[in-house]
Design a protein around this ligand. Structure first.
Ligand code: NAD
Length: 258
């Protein structure tokens, strides 16, 4: 594929932006080897529908099955490393006045890449919390399970622990989503990267940015409902497009320490 090209006006808008907001989805981690939501349905767990596993009811019905599925995902994520897309976004935060990174991903790879101002909309796969009473649990303080396939227990109330992620049917923590909406409300440039833009409320953020008059940019090899609406669309993998874009706008920037 030919090198991507960028209009001078886009590069100028990036350099002059006062607040860039970036929304990322599972596609940004695809090049790190973490399956996107749809790919997750074709792998080892193909016979299970994630929507049937990632719910409080599923955990009540069969906590071993749900815990096992999350342990499998944790193993995948612990082997994964940030890819050039994560590194380019961390570099962009360094050179811009203000960048807010809102992610739907629970894999923690943006933090590993060096991004700081991150809103993890859907939680973090590597943390646990108490299933019954929401007690936050410090890693290492869990009570080990008597049966190895079971989740550990909460040190405060002995309820089962669960992954600290937002399940289907659960509300996002109010302060998290409010901060994401407030940042979007004041954005002058808004990126939607590697998201199918169907899971709400995250999918409302690009629409709010458009309403507010921000310059909107989509990076996704496939078309989405946002594609006809954005100002710039790049149908390429994020790991290829983002480093090229960041280097075109800020030629002296160092990406991933090189
Ligand atoms: P999605 O699976 O619905 O969509 C992924 C999108 O990424 C697709 O539109 C696809 O075309 C695009 N894509 C694939 N490869 C890409 C690449 N290399 N570069 C750019 N785009 C690429 O994911 P979603 O929109 O994030 O929503 C699904 C939900 O599943 C999210 O809420 C998320 O929490 C969860 N999830 C998270 C992870 C993770 O943490 N890495 C993985 C799977 C699912």
């Amino acid at each position: 594929m030919a090198e991507p090209t960028f209009s001078p006006s886009l590069l100028q808008s990036l350099r002059e932006a006062e607040h860039i907001v970036v929304l990322t989805g599972a596609g940004v981690s695809a090049e790190s080897g973490i399956p996107t939501f749809r790919q997750a349905q074709t792998g080892l767990w193909a016979k299970y529908d994630p929507q049937e596993l990632a719910t409080p009811d599923a955990f009540r019905r069969n906590h071993r099955l749900v815990w096992g599925w999350y342990q499998w995902r944790r193993e995948l994520v612990s082997r994964a490393r940030p890819n050039p897309a994560h590194l380019a976004l961390a570099a962009m935060e360094e050179v811009t006045t203000h960048l807010t990174l809102i992610t739907q991903n629970v894999d923690g790879l943006h933090g590993q890449a060096g991004s700081h101002n991150i809103i993890e909309l859907h939680g973090n796969l590597m943390r646990n919390k108490c299933f019954e009473y929401d007690h936050p649990v410090t890693a290492g303080a869990e009570i080990a399970p008597e049966v190895p396939e079971d989740p550990p227990r909460c040190p405060q109330c002995r309820s089962l622990l669960r992954p600290d992620v937002v399940w289907f049917g659960e509300a996002l923590p109010a302060n998290t989503i409010e901060t994401a909406f407030a940042a979007t409300q004041e954005s002058d440039v808004f990126f939607a990267i590697g998201t199918s833009a169907v899971v709400h409320p995250a999918a409302s953020l690009p629409l709010l940015a458009m309403e507010r008059g921000a310059l909107t940019i989509e990076v996704n090899p496939d078309r989405t409902s946002l594609s006809p609406l954005v100002d710039h669309r790049f149908p390429r993998p994020a790991g290829e497009l983002l480093p090229a874009l960041v280097l075109a706008a800020w030629p002296d920037v160092s990406i991933g320490g090189v």
